[in-house]
Design a protein around this ligand. Sequence first.
Ligand code: HDE
Length: 723
Amino acid sequence: MAAKPGKTLPVPPRTSGQVTPNDTPPLPPQETDKTLDMRPDAMAPGEELTTNQGVTVSDDQNSLKSHVRGPTLLEDILMREKITHFDHERIPERVVHARGTAAHGVFQVYESQAHLTMAAPLQDPAVTTPVFVRFSTVAGSRGSTDTPRDVRGFAVKFYTQDGVWDLVGNNMPVFFIQDANKFPDLIHAVKPEPHNEIPQAQSAHDTFWDFASLTPESAHMLMWVMSDRALPRSFATMEGFGVHTFRLVNAEGVSRFVKFHWKPLKGVCSLVWEEATLISGKDPDFNRRDLFESIERGDFPEYELGLQVVEEADEHKFGFDLLDATKLIPEEIVPVVPVGKLTLNRNPDNFFAETEQVAFHTGHIIPGIDFTNDPLLQGRLFSYIDTQLRRVGPNFHELPINRSLRPADNNQRDGFARMTVNKGRVSYFPNSLGGGCPMHSPAAAAAFRSVAVKEQPGPKVRERSPSFSDHFSQATQFWNSMSDWEKDHIAAAFAFELNQVVDEVVRDRTMNEILVNIHKDLAGMVSEATGIAVKPAGTPEAPTPSAPTPAGPLRKDADKLRSPALSMDKPPPTIKGRKVAVLVGDDVDSGEVEAMLEALSAAELVPETIGSHAGTVAASDGPMKVNRAAANAPSVVYDAVLVPTGVGPALATQTLAQRFVHEAWRHGKPIAVASDAEVLLEAAGVPTSDGVAVGDAAGLPAQLIADLGRHRFPRRVSVLRPS
Ligand code: HDE
C-alpha cells in the first residue's frame, strides 16, 4: 500500500546552530539603529572563537603562565572555562539501554484509523508526522559493542500536532518479568557482576542464570533472547513491538485493546552467534554504522506500523491474560493489520544533543492512546520520568530533540537549565491577573482524557493474578514454531550461556526447572552440549530458595501450540543494501570487476573491492583503486563474497584470504568464485554446498544475487555440533 504525498508537519527543531526558546520571535530584517539585539538568535555562531561569554579569544593553544617557563596562573579564565566545561561533558548514561543510535524520519498513515483512535498520526494520510527513533542494546554500557546477544530497544518519538507520543518498545514482543517491581533485580542480575564488573554486555554469567532459573515467568523471553532475534543483521531488518497491551480510543470514547508492531519492509534477518562475537571485536559499531551509512546513501530503513486490535468484550478469550507482558497474541489468531509507514531518512547532526539527550517516557501519550493495568507498564509510567529527571534534568522537555511541536504552556517554572524566559508575574492557576491563562479546556476535542475504565472492587493486595501463572506454554509454542536450524541455534545459545556458568546448582536448576518444562528436545540438546543431566521425572528437587512466582500448570494443548509467524526461516522480501566483498589483487581483470560491480550495484547491493593494501592493485590493464585493505576488512562485516578471474590462485596461498572465505562459508553466506578460484575454496576447506557457486565470471553476480535472496544457508554448519 503506498502512502499519498501530502502535508508535512514542521520538522522538529534541528540542533545545529543556535537554540531558540519557543517564545522567541524571529529576528527582524537588518536593524538600522545601534541598539544591541538581546535575543538569542542575535548570537548566531560566527567565525571568531569566543568564550561562552562572547569574549574573543586571542590564543586557544597556550595557557597563561607567569613567564614563558613559569607556572600556570589561576587567573587563566580562558583555560579554566574550557577545561571546566570539558570536565562536565558527560551526563549519566542510561541505567539500561545505554548503548544506542538514532535517526530522524517520518510516519504516514495509509488510511484514516479514526474509527479506532483519535491519535493524531493515525488520522490523515495526507499528513506526515516527524519522528525520532532510537535503537539500543540493553545490558551493555554506552561504549560497549553493537552485537552482543541481547534485546534491542526500538523507541519511537512522534512529534504530533497534539503533542509528543513515545512508543518505547523492543525488538521482542514479550518481556522477562510480569511486574515492574522485579526490574531492578533483573537488571542487577544481567549487568556485569558488581564485585569485578565482569562480563560486559553479556547474559552468559552466573548471576543472570541464577535469577532466570528462579524466575520461571522469564521462560518465554529466554527463548527469544537465545534465538537469533537477539543478533539482528541490522536495525532495518528487525521487528519492533510495543510489548504491553495498550488501548486505542476513538472520538466516541470507545476503547479497544491494541498491541503495536513494527514490521521491517526488508524482512527479519539476523547474524549467527560466532559471526556476532567476531564483529564485536572487528567493528563494535557494526549496526550503528550500517544505519548511518544506509541513510547517507538514501537507502532509508522502512517499517510498517501494524495493529492487533482486540475488542473489550474479547479480553478473556485467549487462555492467557492480555495484561501479562510475558505473553504475545499469535498473529494467526489476531492478524497484524498494517496501517502506516515509518521511514528513517535523516541522520542526527549531533550524537550528544539528539541521541544522548533524547528522553523517552511511556507516559508521553496523546489523545486516542491509553494505558492498561499491565503491572509492568504501570511501573514504567513511574520509572521513565524519574530517570529523565536524574539523567537530563527537570527541563528535559525544553531540549530541541524533546520539544513538542505544539508549544508547551503551563505554570511549571524554573529548575536547572531552564531555557524558556517566562514573562509576566502570573505562574499560577486560577488567576485573573493573567487573563486566566493558560487555561485548561475540558471541552476541547484534543484534550487528553483517561478512559473511564470500570475497575473491579476488591481488597488492596500485593499479589500476582492467577491468570498470570502459565509460564511455559508460550515458551513451548516458540520452540514448536522454529525450523530445524533455528532450534539448533537456540539450543547452542543455551549451551554457550550455561557453559559459562560456573555454579553447578544454577546450571542444574536452569535445566531441570526451566528447560525441561519448555520442551524435552530442547533439554536433551542442551544437556548433550553442557553435560548437565536431565533428571528423570519424579526426582526430588534439590533444596533451592523457592521461586517468588511459582509456575502454574501448562495449557493442556501446549505441545500443539504453533505460530509460524515467529520463525525467521523465510527469504527476505528485498536484499537492498547487503554488502558484498569482491576480493581483488594484482592481475585481476579490471573490465570484469567493473562489470561485476555494476551488476551488483544495479541490484541495489553495496559491493566493496578488497585488496592486500589500501590504494591500488596492479590490474591487467593498469592500476585499479580498491575500497578496503584485506587486514582491515574482515569477512564478518560482509553478507557475501565474490572472487573474479585472475586472483584465486594467489589468494589460495594466503592465510588471510583462506580465513575470509572459510568464515563466510561457516556463517552461511553466499560465495561465488570464478573457475580459476576453485583452488581458493579447496585451500579454505570450503566443500561444494548450497550457496557456493563456481563458474564463468560473467554469470557469478546473478548467481550471488539469487543466493542472497535466501539471506543465509544456515544448514551448512550445525552451530550446536560444530565440526
Ligand atoms: Fe525500559 N527503561 N524499563 N523497557 N526501556 C529505560 O529509561 C524500565 C521495559 C525500553 O532509547 C530507562 O531513558 C522499567 C520494557 C527502551 O532512550 C528506564 C521497566 C520495554 C529504552 C527504564 C522497563 C522497555 C528503555 C533507562 C520494567 C519494551 C531505551 C533510560 C517495568 C517495551 C529508551 C531511560 C531510549 C529505557 C525502565 C521494561 C524498553 C530506567 C522500570 C518492557 C527501548 O526508565
